[in-house]
Design a binder for this molecule. Structure first.
Ligand SMILES: [Zn+2]
Length: 328
């Protein structure tokens, strides 16, 4: 009898807990459903029309923006990340893969871009710029744009507001010091934007940000009396080559991608945009990583795409800032 009572009490408590959780879940779900309607403007600002069409260069049909997120072995230096085993020991397999980024990835990409005579954008982490200033200078000397990709490649949505602000300030300063000029663009690590990190980008006067994935064309966001160009992410080599997550699969990733498959995705995307560009400007934005596409067979695939795009009239390989300047 006593045992039965105890079980009853446990069951009552369990039901109360489960019921409570369910109620929380319903409230949360309703809040999220309303979120995108009610809170977008207060979080990221009011959308404004761009001047892209009126400033669009005569004779241009498609602007191709290749953007290489570069972080080197930054993550590997952070305890508890993939750069360490669970017991805290350094994971040299992971570390050395990340080192490939600066050692081989960036040089191969720079060579490929030079071979085809095209410009690109390199959002780089502040710490990477501190550790490898010669790489920053080499990218800059080749005429490419260097932007900012956070300082320590930390996810902003896991940090306190003050930590986010400090990371963005530190990253901006480190890249500016290496460049000798103020960077104009910011890409959040893993697109982990928050209202606080977004406010900091605005405060620092960034011209453009590329964290969102909700449009083909850039648009303006105005908040706190400041304006920033949002250049949507476009295709991502992480999804195309590695398909690391379900999102990658849903968004067009190719499992165990072969180089020809990836080239096929890129040229198909381009061909459709080129067709549409007969009536209005089109932008082919491709977010890449030197540690991924800088591997030889993947660089081959990118080279094939560049050749394909260049064989069309009115194709402009440019930087993210080139496009952003047309918008304001
Ligand atoms: Zn990154």
């Amino acid at each position: 009898m006593r045992k039965y009572s105890v079980l009853c009490i446990i069951d009552t408590v369990r039901q109360a807990l489960v019921g409570g959780k369910a109620r929380v879940a319903v409230t949360e779900s309703a809040r999220r459903k309303r979120w995108h309607r009610d809170d977008w403007a207060s979080t990221f600002g009011v959308e404004k029309e761009t001047k892209l069409e009126e400033n669009w260069p005569a004779g241009t049909r498609v602007a191709v923006v290749l953007s290489f997120d570069t972080q080197g072995d930054v993550d590997a230096a952070i305890p508890g990340t993939t750069g360490t085993w669970k017991n805290g020991a350094v994971n040299f397999a992971d570390l050395t893969q990340r080192q490939y980024d600066i050692r081989c990835g960036v040089p191969r990409i720079l060579e490929l871009l030079a071979e085809h005579g095209v410009k690109a954008t390199f959002p780089i982490c502040g710490i990477t710029a501190e550790w490898y200033p010669e790489t920053v200078r080499e990218i800059q000397a080749a005429g490419h744009e260097v932007a900012v990709h956070g300082h320590w490649h930390l996810l902003f949505n896991t940090l306190a507001p003050e930590e986010q602000r400090r990371d963005i300030e530190d990253g901006t300063k480190a890249v500016a010091d290496a460049l000798g000029e103020q960077p104009k663009g910011f890409v959040s690590p893993v697109f982990s934007t928050t209202s606080d990190s977004f406010d900091k980008m605005l405060e620092l006067g960034y011209l453009w940000n590329s964290d969102f994935d909700n449009d083909d064309l850039p648009y303006l966001l105005e908040k706190n009396g400041k304006t920033i160009v949002q250049l949507p992410v476009g295709l991502n080599d992480w999804d195309l080559w590695l398909m690391q997550d379900a999102l990658g699969a849903r968004m067009g990733g190719v499992p165990y991608a072969s180089p020809s498959n990836v080239t096929d995705v890129l040229t198909s995307q381009f061909d459709q945009l080129y067709k549409e560009s007969a009536r209005e400007p089109r932008i082919f934005h491709y977010t890449l990583h030197p540690k991924i596409t800088g591997r030889p067979y993947r660089a081959w695939s990118l080279g094939k795409f560049i050749e394909h795009a260049k064989s069309h009239d009115g194709v402009w390989f440019c930087t993210a800032s080139d496009v952003a300047k047309l918008c304001v």
